[in-house]
Design a protein around this ligand. Structure first.
Ligand code: PLP
Length: 509
């Protein structure tokens, strides 16, 4: 945001304050908490253990902190963190649902946690069975033939899927270059297309928020179509109304259809990409099938494919013998190869297995029904305050526009920051790009009616405050340990080095 666009209050909120966090500079010379045990191996001369050239000449400079201070340091830090375990987290597109604790327990069972990737297959039968079973479930949920569990995230699944597309086209003796992507797509879609060596072509959205079919027909008529990537429900939280027609059009032009399934939380057990004609689907298990994923922690982006693409799946696949034992099949001559070390983020896959197993088909369907109901409930509570760009029933998330607050000088970012003061994690802002001042809200199925009411109430309070005291809203947050941060500098010039108070003192004097 250029400086000129900000009100004075906004600018002060960002630039006018020193960071109040000095909790990292706790080291004081001579303090310590370490108590090393007595040596219980033969005491060899140091020269025999580490050659002199490799040894430090001075001790490493480490923070010197007493035990009580370090315990308080980390305990206080953990209390500064906001997560789905603290409160509502309606961050659209990210599906921040509650993660059942039993999944964590399953993932830390010794048989999974202690498994070595080079363990012989005969000693890893349980893990292989789990991966094999999970693959079968994902195929059933997607309505497709086989899957690979290797990709480590949704974006990685996209890249893998596009490489499979390329392999399939090559096998057909073709080399088309263009992949069509709606203008509402997540940024990873065009990025993956470029990484896979294809050319992205954007198709605009129509007045109802779906793919503009006239425009799509024009693009397809221009030829050279390798495929289309569609997110359904879209990042506007809308179910694509022309899906069968789109599938027919793209297949008719020789293209393949990729379904970005990051929003599957809306459609589990209700509709299946395979039945709609899609060839490739990715799931974000860390979104749809629960895994804590704030801060970019490990995820899994399995992709599920139709019969034509099965020969090209990454190696190894997990297979079952007639005698009921499982093995890893590396002998797949048409495979695109490996896309990740070993078998993917198995701990995340264990969580997905536990989640699906606990809920079963009916439970998964209820998840989606509840997610959609909750989003519509919150939308109904906000309709009169914000602009609703597409007047349709939303799926698991919705996008409203904060343009009505512009007359007070208040922007979507200010709403997001002020919501923090009211104890609600902000929605996604300024995405999708086609909605001015976008606020994208995804309450998820795990919020109670009371919690949904609190979310609505927080938004309504902020909208009222925007009219009554816009300067205050523009300077929010007021109650958090840090105020508005310069997010660009925080990302580009992060301070991650330990600083020592005695150095700062020397510099000041
Ligand atoms: C989250 C998301 C992605 C990317 O998934 P990652 O697991 O973060 O790589 C892709 N598309 C959509 C619609 C998403 O919401």
């Amino acid at each position: 945001m250029p400086d000129g666009e900000m009100s004075t209050a906004c600018r002060e909120g960002i630039l006018g304050r020193e960071p109040r966090l000095t909790i990292f500079e706790r080291s004081r010379p001579g303090r310590g908490a370490a108590a090393t045990p007595a040596l219980d191996v033969p005491d060899k001369p140091l020269d025999e253990v580490v050659p002199a050239a490799l040894r430090r000449t001075r001790p490493a400079r480490l923070p010197e902190v007493a035990e009580v201070d370090i315990v308080r340091h980390f305990t206080n830090l953990s209390a500064l963190n906001y997560g789905v375990d603290n409160g509502a987290y309606p961050l659209g597109s990210c599906t921040m649902k509650y993660n059942p604790r039993v999944n964590e327990r399953a993932a830390t069972l010794e048989g999974f946690r202690g498994l070595h990737p080079y363990q012989p297959e005969s000693l890893a039968q349980g893990a292989l069975e789990l991966l094999y079973t999970l693959e079968g479930w994902l195929c059933e949920i997607a309505g497709l033939a086989r899957a690979t569990l290797q990709p480590a995230a949704g974006a990685h699944g996209e890249l893998t899927g596009l490489l499979l597309m390329r392999a399939a086209h090559e096998a057909r003796g073709r080399a088309p270059r263009r992949i069509v992507i709606p203008d509402t797509a997540h940024g990873t879609n065009p990025a993956s297309v470029i990484m896979a060596g294809y050319d992205p072509v954007a198709v605009s959205s129509d007045a109802r928020g779906g793919v503009d079919m006239d425009r799509l027909r024009e693009i397809v008529a221009e030829g050279d179509i390798a495929g289309l990537m569609l997110t359904n429900p879209s990042t506007l939280g809308l179910f694509e109304e022309h899906i069968l027609e789109i599938a027919e059009l793209v297949h008719g032009a020789g293209g393949l259809l990729y379904y970005d399934g990051a929003n599957s939380n809306a459609v589990l057990g209700i509709s299946r990409p395979g039945d709609m004609g899609f060839d490739i689907v990715h799931f974000n298990t860390h979104k749809t099938f629960s895994t804590p994923h704030g801060g970019g922690g490990p995820g899994a982006g399995p992709i599920v494919v139709g019969e034509e693409l099965v020969p090209f799946l990454p190696v190894p696949t997990v297979e079952k013998r007639d005698d009921g034992t499982y093995y890893l099949d590396h002998d797949r001559p048409r495979s695109i190869g490996k896309v990740r070390t070993f078998y993917g983020n198995v701990g995340v896959l264990v969580r997905a297995y536990a989640y699906i197993r606990a809920l079963g088909p009916d439970g998964l369907r209820r998840v989606s029904e509840r997610a959609v109901l909750n989003a519509n409930y919150v939308l109904a509570g906000l309709r009169d305050l914000f602009d609703v760009p597409f007047e349709r029933r939303c799926m698991h998330e919705f996008v409203v526009s904060a343009t009505p607050l512009r007359e007070h000088g208040v922007r979507a970012m200010d709403v997001a920051k002020r919501l923090l003061d009211h104890g609600v994690h902000p929605p996604t802002t300024y995405f999708p790009l086609i909605v001015d001042e976008a606020l994208m809200v995804e309450p998820t199925e795990t919020e109670s009616r009371e919690s949904l009411d609190r979310i609505v109430e927080a938004f309504r309070t902020v909208a009222r405050e925007a009219a009554e005291d816009p300067e205050m809203v523009c300077a929010a947050p007021h109650t958090l340990p840090v105020r508005r941060l310069d997010e660009a500098s925080a990302a580009r010039k992060p301070v991650v080095r330990q600083r020592f108070p005695e150095d700062e003192g020397a510099a000041a004097s």
